[in-house]
Design a protein around this ligand. Structure first.
Ligand code: SF4
Length: 236
């Protein structure tokens, strides 16, 4: 056992975004992120100093009880940034233990790193393509590597705040179409729904329209949990 892990929260909820939309799962949310997205909706997970004192054994117990004593077998390992180097040994230990117990594991990756030792053992990877509005950049070579090493085992998700974000995604997609033989993953556009914002209906309509006008290469999937509970509610 690797000792205590920095955990923000462990809770059961219905997945609100991406290709697993609507699926009940247990979220294991790591505490600590150094990526610094400007429109991050989880800034409470950035701080690395909040030692929550959770052992792997306690995490496994919480996942079991939150999932109605093991009935729910899907786990999302998220953050913060669960792939920050300081988290990697812990995440490896937790993911291995969950796999041994028959759980399906989806890990949320910020798109800044490809961490093979973790990606090899999890069932699915949700990989971010950071758009200009985030202030962060995803190297295209990371998606090229994912496409080769993990075909049909990952989705790419991109937050879209405006037309510049959409254009950046379209440019990236077209570049990949030139360099890759085939693209083996779904690419999801997530219309941005900021904290303290009213439901951004026009942004959703615009993103769907831009996608349709440009060939419909992407899937537009909003953040359902924010429609239901509001953009500021946590652990939903
Ligand atoms: S990687 Fe995730 S948690 Fe970290 S700043 Fe970006 S959106 Fe927030």
């Amino acid at each position: 056992m690797k000792g205590n892990q920095l955990i923000n929260s462990i809770y059961r909820a219905t997945e609100g975004e991406g290709v697993f939309l609507g699926r009940p799962q247990i979220f294991v949310r790591y505490q600590g992120c150094a990526v610094g997205c400007l429109n991050c909706d989880s800034k409470d997970t950035w701080d690395f100093d909040r030692e929550m004192g959770v052992t792997t054994t306690e995490i496994l117990e919480r996942v079991y009880t939150e999932g109605f004593n093991g009935k729910i077998k899907n786990v999302s390992i998220t953050g913060g940034d669960p792939l920050h180097p300081s988290h990697v040994p812990h995440v490896l230990e937790v993911a291995s233990a969950l796999k041994d117990r028959g759980y399906f594991i989806n890990i949320e990756a910020a798109g800044t790193r490809v961490v093979d030792e973790i990606f090899d053992i999890v069932d699915y990877i949700s990989f971010d393509f950071k758009t200009p509005s985030t202030g962060v950049k995803t190297p295209l070579r990371n998606i090229q590597k994912m496409n080769v090493l993990y075909p049909n085992k990952f989705q790419v998700k991109a937050v879209i705040a405006d037309k510049a974000d959409f254009d950046a995604v379209l440019d990236a997609y077209k570049s990949l179409c030139i360099t890759e033989d085939s693209l083996n993953f779904p690419w999801v556009l997530t219309p941005c729904f900021n904290t303290e914002e009213q439901f951004p209906l026009q942004r959703f309509i615009d993103v769907m329209k831009w996608n349709e006008e440009n060939g419909g290469f992407f899937r537009v999937i909003g953040q359902q949990h924010k429609w239901i509970f509001g953009p500021d509610e946590k652990q939903v």
